[in-house]
Design a protein around this ligand. Structure first.
Ligand SMILES: [Zn+2]
Length: 282
């Protein structure tokens, strides 16, 4: 279910594995991706199971329609009825609103500045690495008051450089933009290490170095791998900030006039469609 859950100064960073859900093969068991051919009812049930395990309301999780680009959206509530935006990164200054990234080999990047109360999440595959989705999301967080040198980062399970074989020309193209992503497989063939590239981009932005990812999705039977399985599910990575009262439900905090918050840094913004229980498709 939840393979890893770190809490740093009120910022949560959580990563699922593939177990504990209701999806049938080849999506077994906890597929959280809605655009991979799995039964939508199973995906909805899995999202509810994962949210419950994390102490989140399912409607307080924002999913993306990921397209391997570098666009970033600022979110302050669930998407409206027309569904999730086609972006590969989202940022928020709303405590209790969880940002989710779907992956199966690509690199999920979770970021939070607990002091500024700003969180960000990005989907960085090879195209996103080259396009610069990581600098883009950090820049957007900074526009909301985050300081890159204060940002806590986590990089989730993804395919490692020893496994991610690519044509020589593609390795050269990636390395021309991010030299640190240049890699070689264990068989001695050209490869790309996307996670190493992401870590290098974060370092250049001044973000303190996160722990190196320890799980290679392609080598782990506990994780989905697109490269290994082709038709398979998606893992999810979640980042969110606790509120001043420790609550993780934004709706509860906004409703009452007697919350324990001692300051309002930002004007309250009504979450669009917050009451309909939909968190958008992906
Ligand atoms: Zn590997």
């Amino acid at each position: 279910m939840i393979g890893q859950h770190d809490l740093v100064s009120g910022a949560h960073f959580a990563f699922t594995d593939r177990w504990g859900g209701v999806s049938a093969a080849p999506y077994d068991e906890l597929n959280l991706g809605g655009a991979v051919g799995d039964d939508p009812g199973a995906v909805r049930a899995n999202r509810e199971l994962a949210a419950k395990a994390l102490g989140l309301e399912p409607a307080a999780v924002v999913w993306m329609n990921q397209v391997h680009g570098r666009d970033v959206a600022v979110v302050r509530g669930p998407w409206e009825d027309d569904g999730a935006s086609c972006v590969d990164a989202i940022v928020t200054d709303r405590p209790g609103l969880a940002l989710a990234v779907l992956t199966a080999d690509c690199v999920p990047v979770l970021l939070a500045d607990p002091v500024a109360g700003v969180a960000g999440a990005a989907h960085a595959g090879r195209p996103g690495l080259v396009a610069g989705v990581v600098p883009a999301v950090v820049e957007e967080m900074a526009s909301l008051g985050a300081d890159p040198t204060r940002v806590v980062a986590r990089v989730g399970p993804s395919v490692c450089g020893g496994c991610y074989e690519v044509p020589e020309r593609m390795r050269e193209e990636v390395a021309a933009v991010v030299p640190e992503a240049y890699a070689t497989t264990r068989r001695g063939t050209p490869a790309v290490d996307v996670a190493a590239g992401v870590l290098a981009q974060l370092a250049r932005l001044g973000v303190p170095e996160p722990p190196r990812p320890t799980v290679c999705t392609l080598e782990s039977d506990d994780h989905y791998s697109y490269r290994r399985e082709k038709i398979t599910g998606r893992l999810a990575s979640y980042v969110w900030l606790d509120g001043a009262d420790g609550s993780t439900n934004p709706d509860e905090r906004d409703g009452s006039g007697e919350s324990g918050r001692t300051e309002d840094r930002t004007a309250p913004v009504d979450g669009a469609g917050a009451a309909d229980g939909k968190s958008g498709s992906d």
